[in-house]
Design a protein around this ligand. Sequence first.
Ligand SMILES: NC(=O)c1ccc[n+]([C@@H]2O[C@H](COP(=O)([O-])OP(=O)(O)OC[C@H]3O[C@@H](n4cnc5c(N)ncnc54)[C@H](OP(=O)(O)O)[C@@H]3O)[C@@H](O)[C@H]2O)c1
Length: 158
Amino acid sequence: MFSLIVAHDKNRAIGLDNKIPWHLREDLMQFKQRTLHHRIVMGKVTFDGFKRPLPDRHTIVACFPGQEGENSENVTYCTDLIGFLEDNKDTEEEIFICGGASIYKICLPYCRKLYISLVEGEHEADTYFPYYDENDYDIAEVIPYDGFRVVQYVKKEK
Ligand SMILES: NC(=O)c1ccc[n+]([C@@H]2O[C@H](COP(=O)([O-])OP(=O)(O)OC[C@H]3O[C@@H](n4cnc5c(N)ncnc54)[C@H](OP(=O)(O)O)[C@@H]3O)[C@@H](O)[C@H]2O)c1
């Protein structure tokens, strides 16, 4: 199954100049805690923004053919994202969709759970999380932190 993890503000802003527009240490920590030892999926733009692959996780890097880098023990490039989503949508394993905007948009319909860090305030941004209808989800949990809260949404069965 796929779960999505994102931090967005009240305008659904997620990025500016290829970076996250805020620094929330506790959010990075909860991201790490949730994703550790899981497979995680991210777009090449987001992946290239890290100095090195995130440790103790296997990263699937989505990109178009010709953009791939070298696969390694912790990194697999994927040029068929829809194929990957279709092949893994019924697995028991929780695979995390970690952005950025274009990857969230493609993967959102496949995600049963959303872990959304709702960041207080409005931030200058050039990248936004896609629109989602909160009515499509039940709220399973809300954890408040200083400056943001993490809302866990679970998709309603149709
Ligand atoms: N706040 C958060 O939680 C959060 C999390 C992650 C990222 N971000 C932010 O999001 C921004 C980056 O987002 P982004 O949308 O620019 O980039 P991205 O989603 O990280 O990466 C997009 C990559 O995927 C490729 N791609 C697009 N559609 C595809 C498809 N159908 N199949 C395979 N590959 C495909 C793109 O190719 P082309 O370039 O050729 O289109 C590009 O290489 C940054 O500012 C980052 O900091 C924020």
